[in-house]
Write a protein that binds this ligand. Structure first.
Ligand code: ADP
Length: 388
């Protein structure tokens, strides 16, 4: 049986998709909390039934590579004669030159490795996924699909920083990320709600990494994220928007070096830094610590600001869509975000929200929860590029 494999190696999770030649789903694998004691792998077939793990499978996964090996073993046991004919990878940064998926070669790999400083927590994991797949699958063609690609059409005012022009020319731009997820949501709306797709929609992709996107007429015109995956919303361990003066203060007064600063803004901040409890929304929601509730309130307040800012970028708002691990599962976050937005036309049916309904708005703005599917976007791109 010929199949496509998608590899989405995230900051704390690994998502794999196995797709038949016609792109129907065969199986999905999700490992979260990688590197922690409670890391767990869930593999399900297309009907949602759990596939058994091999007896010798590790109880926890120290690295994404280790998790990938185990998942492949399960796929191969369940689909005898499985032949992976193409592999698509989520790669967070494509820089200026990659506005479309690209076939991976040694030359492209080197070029993508040079973009690692733009996304140091992601790009190396993504490229390690490519190398692990090369080890396991030899010469099977591999394709990179970029999180930045969906945003490459931003107007100048949403693409530039107010720095001297030469930096813009060098590539210091507001790239925006989570593009595969936004591409999926836009494509879904095009099919299910064409009127809304033609309108002005803010999508909030809320996971360990979190960003928001203004999509007007199906195209991204603005994003909360910028040059790196640090900007915009506070995240599990990342600061989100930060006055650059704070970085100067840390350098000059606190005596931090670049490595300490990187650690501070990528790994010690966000929900973890604010709460002092955890970077994980599930843990924060069940914690009695008042700082945990404060961290959630801060997260929601910043999302509300972004909804209004992105609506201003589009000159209106017809829809607000939640997706990502938090957006899809936390009715508390969805409710807390929407609570202060009735002036914008956002109001919700609390019961429908708690039930996890797809549509739960009651005002003039459609409010929706749509489970995202970055994997199918990668699989489609892999098939297309390999066919060309
Ligand atoms: P990543 O950016 O690593 O892909 P995910 O999209 O998997 O992240 O989202 C992970 C986040 O989703 C974590 O903060 C996790 O706590 C949160 N999450 C997952 N399930 C739930 C739930 N049932 N309730 C609240 N938060 C949840």
């Amino acid at each position: 049986m010929e199949a496509f494999l998608t590899v989405n190696s995230g900051s704390s999770s690994l998502k794999l998709g196995l797709f038949a030649e016609d792109l129907s789903t065969l199986a999905m694998c999700h490992v979260d909390r990688i590197g922690r004691r409670e890391a767990a792998m869930k593999i399900r077939d297309a009907a949602g039934a759990a596939l058994p793990m091999p007896d010798h499978a590790p109880k926890a996964f120290a690295t994404n590579t280790q998790a990938l090996r185990t998942a492949l073993e399960v796929f191969q046991a369940d689909f005898p004669g499985l032949e992976v004919i193409g592999i698509g990878h989520r790669v967070v940064h494509g820089g200026i030159s990659h506005g479309e998926p690209v076939r991976l070669t040694e030359v492209v790999m080197k070029e993508l490795a040079r973009l690692a400083p733009f996304a140091p927590l992601h790009q190396p994991h993504n490229l390690a996924g490519v190398r692990a797949a090369s080890e396991l699958f030899g010469l099977v063609p591999q394709v990179a699909c970029f999180d930045t690609a969906f945003h490459r059409g931003h107007p100048f005012v949403n693409d530039a920083y107010a720095l001297p022009r030469k930096y813009y020319e060098q590539g210091v731009r507001r790239y925006g990320f989570h593009g595969l997820s936004y591409d999926y949501i836009a494509g879904t709306l095009a099919q299910t709600d064409p009127d809304l797709h033609a309108g002005k929609v803010v999508v909030a992709h809320l996971g360990s990494g979190a960003s928001m996107c203004a999509i007007s007429g199906g195209k991204s015109i603005d994003s909360s994220m910028g040059f790196t995956v640090l900007d915009g919303l506070p995240m599990g361990t990342r600061t989100g928007q930060l006055d650059p003066g704070v970085m100067l203060y840390m350098l000059q007064t606190e005596g931090m070096d670049a490595g300490q600063l990187t650690d501070l803004v990528y790994k010690q901040s966000g929900l973890l830094g604010l709460s002092g409890v955890s970077n994980d929304m599930r843990t924060l929601e069940t914690s009695d610590d008042p700082h945990a509730a404060e961290a959630i309130a801060y997260f929601c307040a910043r999302i509300r600001r972004e909804v209004a800012g992105l609506a201003a970028s589009m000159g209106g708002l017809d829809g607000l869509v939640f997706c990502g691990g938090i957006g899809e599962n936390s009715s508390r976050v969805r409710a807390e975000v929407c609570e202060g937005l009735d002036w914008l036309g956002v109001s919700i049916d609390g019961d429908r929200n708690v039930q996890g309904a797809r549509d739960f708005g009651t005002g003039k703005v459609r409010v929706m929860m749509i489970p995202t599917n970055e994997e199918i976007i990668i699989a489609r791109a892999a098939k297309k590029v390999l066919a060309s």
